[in-house]
Design a protein around this ligand. Structure first.
Ligand code: RNT
Ligand code: ZN
Length: 413
């Protein structure tokens, strides 16, 4: 008997159907971020990251232009099992002759047409979109939408509006809503003298951006953060600000699991939001001390996040996106390993006897609950994972594939 068939029997004993789990997993769409390929630089003139986010390392072979990034994404996606969308930042506009002439407050769908064709050529399930409020000269004193300078705010409000227009076209192009996630870097290194002013200005700017957009094709989320590098003391868009903003404006929250205090966990926040919102968006990442953006690995918190999605019947409510950037290792290896880690976590969660465990909790049978929660950790998960990969025409040898690509392509850059 194959290892999978044996594993299937073992899972059956605790009431879990492995085929059902695999079939569910292959339809969960993961939004793959374009920005892992070039250290979040983009195509529209920026040369450095700013706003509390940073890539470290200078592993060779980084994508330097559209052709290289397309090639790298194509390769990385080919090694990722499951259904995928593409997550684009506005800074990846393909401006052509308009480079240096047309700024972010004037972007239109025409600068993203090639991305649509590219995503379609890869059979992706859609494109998500992010206005880029960083890496630009109109970030003044670290502020964008919360700036006291009217011109600065006005520029970024226009960028936000353009982004929603572009997103509506992206949504239509794939026949499903495009997620627009708003993250701004605004904050202060040291103790501010006025905490309320910037927040009131942010609230007003967001209201202006959202005053008119196509709700059929665009889903809007706001992403909070606790602090960033160089913005340690105060973040304008913190968790409380955005949760209240989203609740009162009928939009959704995006939880980035690197954006909270180290003992706070996103896995515990998902259900709180599900109690009030139809949709919750995620940025899946891995925080390490002060960094919020390490490559996702198959670790406890990612499993716990996946459990919350699966056991609360929230697969169609939670919009999953990836968000990490590592320049110290092969960038494709980072991309693929992170995507596979969330896929693994979802499969792991789908292979748990969730109803049975819930029942034990509701009966107050915490003794057995502990016993079973501990027991399920060692079930033959790997055999089911391998079977999933086989059915997705994948295998575990992506190291060799990436090494070959490194030698044939990256080394020559
Ligand atoms: C930054 C946020 C944000 C960015 C991307 C590039 O801390 O997590 O989501 O990482 O928009
Ligand atoms: Zn994020």
């Amino acid at each position: 008997m194959t290892r999978f068939l044996e594993a299937k029997k073992i899972y059956e004993k605790i009431g879990v159907d492995c085929d059902k789990a695999i079939n569910t997993l292959k339809n969960i769409s993961i939004s793959v971020h374009c920005w892992q390929g070039d250290d979040v630089i983009g195509f529209d003139g920026s040369s450095a990251l700013s706003g509390g986010i940073q890539t470290t390392g200078n592993y060779f072979g980084k994508a330097r232009n559209k052709e290289e990034l397309f090639s790298d994404i194509r390769k990385a996606i080919s090694l990722m099992p499951g259904k995928k969308r593409l997550n684009l930042h506005a800074s990846y506009a393909i401006l052509g002759d308009d480079l240096g002439k047309v700024d972010r407050d004037k972007y239109t769908i025409k600068y993203f047409k090639e991305w649509i064709d590219f995503a379609k050529s890869l059979n992706l399930d859609g494109i998500d979109f992010n206005p880029t409020f960083f890496g630009h000269k109109m970030v003044k004193d670290g502020l964008t939408l919360s700036s006291p300078d009217d011109n600065v705010r006005e520029f970024w409000i226009e960028h936000g509006k353009r982004s929603l227009e572009i997103a509506a076209e992206l949504g239509k192009a794939f026949g499903k809503p495009c997620l627009v996630n708003i993250w701004i870097p605004d904050g202060f290194k040291d103790v501010p003298a006025d905490r309320l002013g910037p927040r009131l200005r942010l609230k007003d700017s967001l209201d202006k951006i959202l005053s008119n957009y196509d709700k059929k094709w665009v889903t809007v989320a706001v992403e909070s953060k606790v602090f960033g590098i160089g913005v340690e003391s105060y973040t304008v868009g913190n968790n409380e600000f955005y949760q209240n903003y989203a609740a009162t404006r009928g939009i959704c929250c995006l939880l980035d699991n690197g954006h909270y205090h180290p003992t706070e966990v996103v896995s515990d926040k998902i259900s709180s939001l599900l109690a009030f919102y139809d949709k919750v968006a995620l940025h899946v990442t891995r925080p390490v001390r002060w960094d919020s953006d390490h490559v996702v690995l198959f670790e406890d918190e990612i499993k716990e996040i996946a459990k919350e999605i699966v056991r609360n019947d929230a697969i169609n409510k939670v919009i999953i996106g990836l968000d990490y950037f590592d320049a110290s290792i092969n960038r494709l290896m980072a991309w693929v390993t992170g995507e596979r880690a969330i896929e693994k976590a979802l499969l792991y969660a789908l292979l748990l006897p969730n109803d049975f465990l819930k029942k034990l909790q509701n009966e107050g049978n915490f003794t057995e609950l502990m016993y079973y929660q501990e027991k399920v950790k060692l079930l033959p998960f790997e055999d089911v994972w391998q079977e999933y990969l086989t059915r997705e025409n994948q295998n575990d040898d992506y190291l060799d594939e990436i090494k070959a690509y490194e030698n044939d392509v990256l080394r020559k850059r």
